[in-house]
Ligand binder design. Structure first.
Ligand SMILES: Cc1cc2nc3c(=O)[nH]c(=O)nc-3n(C[C@H](O)[C@H](O)[C@H](O)COP(=O)(O)OP(=O)(O)OC[C@H]3O[C@@H](n4cnc5c(N)ncnc54)[C@H](O)[C@@H]3O)c2cc1C
Length: 366
């Protein structure tokens, strides 16, 4: 008899789990709480082992075609004066063909790739664990209901890093063309970028503390922040959450197995949430197809997850600087670095731990 799987959540982890479980011989149903595919969010990176997974899905060319093509990253001060610039890939920590694309573009691509083989039920939230499935995959993100139902309350597993993130589509009033601009104020970092062929821009706010009201959190900020906040007020795709990590001793219990942020959220500061979700879905499908249990998936994923999770707290301290003194020192160092002929090489060195972590897994055979 054909085994059945219920996947909870139609985002990166859920859709790619559905793909690999279908390939492993399961009849797959996906339930998603939202009424339609959620395609908001900033740009995300597909790095290291995740690129190989995308290739095994036969999607490498399409992922490359969707690349944001952001060509430069510039850091500015409160008056908008340029402090330093780098090429886009160095700025984003990408090497060896790593691809950056809009989260929404990737979600839509994965969904299209599975729509004929998987039953999607939008507007349906998991509120209790159903009977009758051989496997229930909780891919419902940081605030996973599947995790709460099978393993216990969120507070036991979710660790707040002490920062918040907000992301929205805003008017491109700066006239940016495939470039990203970052302004760093004490405890408050603001980024905005545009991609080729898109008349709008995306703004991201990363800040210390737990203030949910963005205007209150950014009340005294310089640069273009007030106009960006006006844009956020009018946006219909605001994504906002605390920066958290999920830490669990085990990811499966009975028929339930967790994948993606539900299991191991590394936080957006790790830069690896999407790649971890893609790799996790693949490893789960491949181990089950090979006749192994979910413990084989856990064994293979755990060291990879832990290594990538470690990037989150380290990166956020570099991205959000606590005091005015730290901001001044950091801006001075960046300005010096900007004048060095080998600045791209230096930044490449800083990014090496990210690259090594992104490749720190041996993928099982298909
Ligand atoms: C709208 C949105 C924007 C994002 N933007 C960024 C970003 O800009 N940068 C970044 O680093 N990360 C972003 N993330 C997080 C990023 O997608 C994940 O870190 C990574 O891709 C792993 O995703 P995931 O599939 O495990 O979880 P998620 O992407 O969080 O997806 C979980 C899915 O489960 C659904 N869901 C939740 N509860 C239920 C339920 N009870 N029943 C059914 N469905 C449920 C949600 O609606 C969602 O579609 C965003 C997530 C979302 C949902």
């Amino acid at each position: 008899m054909t085994p059945t799987a219920l996947v909870v959540g139609a985002s990166i982890a859920g859709i790619s789990s559905a793909y690999w479980l279908h390939r492993a011989g399961y009849s797959v149903t996906v339930v998603e709480r939202a009424p339609a595919l959620r395609d908001g969010g900033y740009k995300v990176d597909v790095r290291g082992a995740a690129l190989e997974v995308i290739s095994r899905m036969g999607l490498l060319d399409e992922v490359r075609a969707l690349r944001t093509d952001v060509r430069s990253g510039t850091v500015v001060d409160a008056t908008g004066r340029r402090v330093a610039s780098m090429d886009g890939d160095t700025f984003g920590g990408r090497t060896h063909g790593d691809a950056e694309l809009l989260r929404g573009d990737l979600t839509r691509l994965l969904h299209r790739h599975t729509a004929d083989d998987v039953e999607y039920r939008f507007g349906e939230a998991l509120t209790a664990l159903p009977e009758g499935y051989d496997l229930i995959v909780g891919a419902d993100g940081l605030h996973s209901a599947t995790r709460a139902l099978a393993f216990g309350p969120e507070a036991d597993y979710v660790h707040d890093l002490g920062y918040r993130i907000a992301i929205a589509t805003v008017p491109n009033h700066l006239g940016l063309d495939r470039e990203e601009v970052t302004y760093v104020g004490p405890g408050r970092t603001t980024l905005v970028y545009s991609t080729a062929g898109d008349a709008t821009a995306k703004a991201m706010f990363l800040y210390e503390g737990d203030e949910r009201d963005l205007r209150a959190a950014y009340a005294d900020q310089g640069w273009e922040v007030p106009r960006l906040l006006d844009g956020v007020d009018r946006a219909d795709d605001v994504y906002s959450d605390a920066l958290c990590q999920v830490k669990m001793d085990g990811w499966h219990r009975g028929p339930v197995v967790l994948v993606g942020d539900a299991a191991w959220c590394a936080s957006p500061a790790s830069g690896q949430g999407t790649s971890l979700a893609l790799v996790g879905a693949y490893v789960l499908g491949a181990e089950l197809a090979a006749g192994h249990g979910p413990e084989a998936y856990e064994r293979r994923m755990r060291p990879f997850v832990e290594r990538n999770q470690a990037l989150g707290p380290a990166n956020i301290k570099r991205m959000v600087l606590h005091s005015p003194g730290q901001v001044r020192t950091s801006m001075r160092m960046l300005a010096v670095m900007d004048r060095l002929p080998f600045k791209e090489w230096m930044l490449g060195k800083v990014m090496q731990p990210l690259h090594r972590a992104a490749n720190a897994i041996e993928l099982p055979a298909r």
